[in-house]
Design a binder for this molecule. Structure first.
Ligand code: ZN
Length: 213
């Protein structure tokens, strides 16, 4: 019995690594992924050292706690900046006069947040329409389009392995939960004249990872 409790304590410590002072990378069997707590709707990049780290199979953190929007599209972006995180892009978007961060999710590259970390923006918490894909005559891409932004300028660099792994997991989760077909998952540049998500973004790699290649 004592041994059992000891094992439980060690496992508990590993799962909630923040309380043990060390960062835990979960490698089994997928690459490391870091998900951010969303209970309060706070942007996690503001308190990165206190983030809980969830196991690789745990996608429940992405399930909204409010009534879900009838999402029909997923639109992938890059930030076109070498660095950044959700909090920084939130400020950039507010400085442009927008209400708040235009994307629903931001996937870090190890600069402003951890590599492969999925930050959940306040729009997703509230299930609010996007502000990331304005196409004349097609308000639906913002109204019912989920915006995912990968940090980086993929005209110059490539997404990291952890970013692509996290993107694939997130896209797979969202497609299943909202019944979004492959044909309704776009890169920004497939909907309007823009390089976004960058010349080096590899769609076939994404679909291979999602299991739909
Ligand atoms: Zn874009």
């Amino acid at each position: 019995m004592r041994t059992g409790w000891l094992i439980a304590a060690v496992i508990g410590c590993a799962v909630f690594a923040g309380g043990c002072g060390d960062t835990l990378l979960v490698h089994d069997p997928l690459p490391p992924i870091f998900l951010s707590r969303t209970d309060t709707g706070q942007l996690t990049a503001q308190v990165p050292q206190k983030l809980p780290i969830y196991g690789p199979q745990d996608t429940t953190i992405w399930i909204p706690k409010v009534s879900e929007r009838q999402w029909q599209f997923i639109v992938i972006h890059h930030s076109a900046t070498p660095t950044g995180n959700a909090a920084e892009f939130d400020k950039m978007h507010r400085d442009k006069g927008w209400d708040e961060l235009g994307y629903h999710f931001v996937i870090g590259n190890g600069t402003g947040s951890r590599d492969g970390e999925v930050e959940i923006g306040p729009r997703w918490v509230k299930q609010k329409h996007g502000a990331h894909c304005k196409v004349t005559g097609h308000p639906e891409y913002n109204d019912v389009g989920i915006g995912i932004c990968l940090v980086g300028n993929f005209d110059v660099t490539h997404p990291t392995e952890a970013q692509m792994a996290s993107l694939a997991r997130l896209v797979k989760f969202l497609m299943k939960r909202y019944n979004v077909p492959r044909g309704s998952v776009y890169g920004h540049g497939q909907l309007k004249p823009t390089d976004c998500p960058g010349r080096n973004f590899d769609y076939s790699d994404l679909w291979r990872r999602v299991g739909l290649s």
